[in-house]
Design a protein around this ligand. Structure first.
Ligand code: NAP
Ligand code: 8YV
Length: 316
């Protein structure tokens, strides 16, 4: 009888740890319409990841679910209004991925400013000799960078940017006790900076926050870097701004409908695109997986959770 429903793909390390303690069912291997009505009531524990989440219609069919553990810090795929109503705590994996995701943001920052993708393509093409070099790009040095979401990862981004620029401004819902200028108006910040880095959570509160107006405020000489969630950017507006050149370029790790990247974005020369690899190193993904599994085991053994999400605090 299964007690754990697993939505995400597991590494061998995770599988061994999980199968040592739990009796898992892997969602991708079952016919949910048949399985859930028959066995849904046996499930006490749920494991998932950021992009996958837990579909609300599935959660409805797990009447005895006690806990959801998310391999990832972003948990916008889980409806915490419903989980809180049902008394189901949600855990995530903060901090262990800060440096890796910040490195991804830095890679996109440098790649955009130095036109890395086109330069690499020219070197591989064999046409360097016949065509000569590309027009010179502009330097990433001493640019003003605006951070949307100066939280755990946002602060790591600022640290990693320091060798290139320390001219940092930020936007969020509240002013923090830090020495960087705060903007309560995202468009005003976009107007004043040359790169906007988004590392805010996804979900309804931030949906389409980066509107065409924000993109146009960054301007034709600036870049948008998004390592937060695709939902925070109005993707259709982004395509328009990039096609018309009112926004200089975009470095993206996340998209609205992953793993689908709109063909318009893929064919534009002024984009640098990554397939949601913000935290994707062996070491960091293992640390995230271990923390997510440790939370499940702590719950099973009646110990305090290691990293519940803030919305679950009232349940603990
Ligand atoms: P965090 O420490 O909670 O920081 C989030 C920041 O976003 C805070 O500074 C917060 O500031 C701001 N924020 C939250 N809601 C907002 C809103 N409605 N409007 C404006 N700003 C808002 O989270 P974190 O650990 O840094 O992670 C941030 C996000 O990065 C995750 O939620 C996830 O979506 C994304 N992420 C992506 C990858 C990837 O692979 N690409 C990997 C990890 C994480 P205020 O509270 O002052 O508003
Ligand atoms: C992962 C993420 O891609 O932590 C997050 O919020 O988006 C990423 O680190 C994801 O959760 C896969 O495990």
């Amino acid at each position: 009888m299964s007690d754990l429903l697993v939505f995400n793909k597991l590494t061998d390390h995770m599988r061994v740890r999980i199968e040592d303690v739990f009796a898992p069912t892997y969602f991708q291997t079952i016919d949910a319409t048949e399985w859930l009505p028959l066995h849904g009531d046996t499930i006490r524990f749920i494991l998932t990841d950021g992009p996958t989440g837990v579909p609300s219609e599935v959660l409805k069919q797990l009447p005895n679910a006690e806990i959801i553990s998310n391999v990832g810090v972003g948990y916008d795929g889980v409806d915490t209004v419903i989980t809180t109503e049902r008394g189901i705590p949600v855990c995530h994996t903060p901090d262990v991925l800060n440096e890796e995701v910040a490195t991804t943001a830095l890679m996109l920052y440098l790649a955009c400013w130095r036109n890395l993708e086109a330069e690499m393509a020219l070197a591989r093409s064999g046409r360097w000799g016949s065509e000569g070099n590309l027009p010179l790009p502009r330097t990433p040095e001493n640019r003003r960078v605006g951070i949307l979401g100066l939280g755990r990862i946002g602060k790591a981004v600022v640290r990693k940017l320091a060798p290139w620029t320390t001219d940092i401004v930020y936007f969020g819902r509240s002013k923090q006790d830090i020495p960087f200028p705060y903007y309560s108006d995202l468009i005003a910040m976009a107007r004043d900076c040359e790169t906007l880095v988004c590392i805010a959570p996804g979900g309804d509160a931030t949906r389409n926050l980066i509107s065409r107006e924000v993109m146009d405020a960054i301007g034709p000489d600036g870049f948008l870097i998004n390592v937060g969630r695709g939902s925070t950017v109005d993707e259709m507006a982004l395509i328009g701004a990039l096609q018309e050149g009112t926004l200089g370029g975009a470095g993206l790790d996340v998209y609205v409908d992953e793993p689908h990247i709109p063909s318009a974005l893929r064919s534009l020369p002024n984009t640098v695109l990554l397939p949601h690899i913000g935290s994707a190193s062996i070491e960091t993904r293992r640390a995230m997986a271990d923390l997510a599994i440790d939370n499940l085991i702590a719950w099973k053994e009646g110990r305090p959770l290691l990293s519940p999400v803030p919305e679950s605090a009232s349940l603990l």
